[in-house]
Design a protein around this ligand. Structure first.
Ligand SMILES: NC(=O)C1=CN([C@@H]2O[C@H](COP(=O)(O)OP(=O)(O)OC[C@H]3O[C@@H](n4cnc5c(N)ncnc54)[C@H](OP(=O)(O)O)[C@@H]3O)[C@@H](O)[C@H]2O)C=CC1
Ligand SMILES: CC(C)CCC[C@@H](C)[C@H]1CC[C@H]2[C@@H]3C(=O)C=C4C[C@@H](O)CC[C@]4(C)[C@H]3CC[C@]12C
Length: 289
């Protein structure tokens, strides 16, 4: 009750002149965060693999009023690149105020196919690179008493069907960063850690992967991006977006008791989805509304 009634004293001025890294900023929620930060007058360093897309996002950021905007392209499958991105911030700004960790590698939405290498690669991209960036950025963040923002998901709080590898990487983030937060408190390290628990958001990639299988209406990526920045600036421990996911999460123990409900999938759509697989969807898993 205290958490949700905490005073909302956010002002966009809080981001003016701040030096912010946004990962996975070439599309989706990361791209929208870059635009909000630009409008607020922050310095932004954007990261993703596709240079052509990043170039366009940087141009738009400059039009919107960013104090400065630049990008580094490369893949976060490689932790050496994670360190390189933070070094770039050090070289250009000599410091850092906010590290927004948002990128993810490609996930399929289907029965776990037994591909252990895919799980390893996803853990490297979605989890280990977050750890590597945090380690390299920590001296600068301690100096500025800055913030780390970690973008996670409802799938990082509860298991659901068809997202086993992805869900594992998001659970790993929760374990690592909530443990680190305790250490910061013990050591009086004034660096905030905000974990963002998101529900279904209308980004192109999410819509491509699951819109045919999930009936729930997705929430808008623009508003989602703003809420992430706001919660980071306010140094909140967790963000839940959209707010409706809180009810779902409070009910989780009950849902588990009834066998993993909560995802409202149409059996009809699911049948279609699984056609390639020649397997029948297990109706019982998806019956509850
Ligand atoms: N959309 C949703 O429904 C939900 C999203 N989330 C979380 O929100 C965050 C953003 O998701 P969303 O905006 O939908 O995702 P997108 O797929 O739109 O964006 C992912 C970003 O990561 C980049 N990326 C992909 N692979 C790599 C890689 N190997 N190395 C570096 N960058 C990479 C992509 O650019 P490029 O391809 O150019 O590298 C892109 O900029 C994620 O953390 C996700 O888990 C959580 C819950 C729900
Ligand atoms: C457990 C219940 C209370 C609520 C379940 C809500 C379900 C429907 C929501 C919660 C988290 C969502 C997934 C997510 O986090 C990120 C991605 C990656 C993206 O590239 C493709 C879409 C995907 C798989 C989302 C699919 C929809 C999910 C499972």
């Amino acid at each position: 009750v205290y958490f949700y009634s905490a005073p909302d004293n956010f002002s966009e001025e809080m981001l003016r002149g701040k030096r912010v890294i946004v990962t996975g900023a070439s599309s989706g929620i990361g791209e929208q965060m870059a635009y909000h930060l630009a409008r607020m007058g922050a310095h932004v360093l954007l990261m993703a693999r596709t240079e052509a897309k990043l170039q366009k996002v940087v141009e738009r950021c400059l039009e919107l009023g960013a104090a400065s905007a630049r990008f580094v392209s490369g893949s976060m499958e490689n932790t050496a690149f994670a360190e390189e991105v933070v070094k770039e911030a050090e070289n250009t700004w000599g410091g850092l105020d906010m590290l927004i960790l948002n990128h993810i590698g490609y996930s399929y939405f289907n029965y776990f196919d037994g591909d252990v290498e895919h799980v390893r690669k996803l853990l490297e991209t979605n989890f280990l690179s977050y750890v590597a960036m945090t380690v390299t950025a920590l001296p600068m963040l301690k100096e500025s008493e800055g913030s780390i923002v970690v973008v996670s998901s409802v799938a990082g709080k509860a298991g659901g069907p068809f997202i086993a590898p992805y869900s594992a990487t998001k659970f790993a983030l929760e374990g690592f960063f909530s443990s680190l937060r305790h250490e910061f408190i013990i050591d009086n390290v004034n660096v905030s850690i905000t974990l963002c628990i998101l529900g279904f958001i209308d980004t192109d990639s999410a819509m491509r992967v699951v819109s045919h299988a999930i009936r729930a209406a997705p929430s808008p990526k623009e508003e989602c991006a703003l809420e992430i920045i706001r919660s980071g600036a306010l140094r909140q421990r967790e963000l839940h977006y959209p707010p409706s996911i809180v009810t779902g999460m409070l009910l989780l123990p009950e849902l588990h008791g009834l066998r993993a409900k909560g995802t409202r999938l149409l059996n009809k759509d699911l049948g279609q989805l699984m056609q390639n697989d020649q397997r029948k969807p297990q109706e019982s898993v998806f019956e509850m509304e």
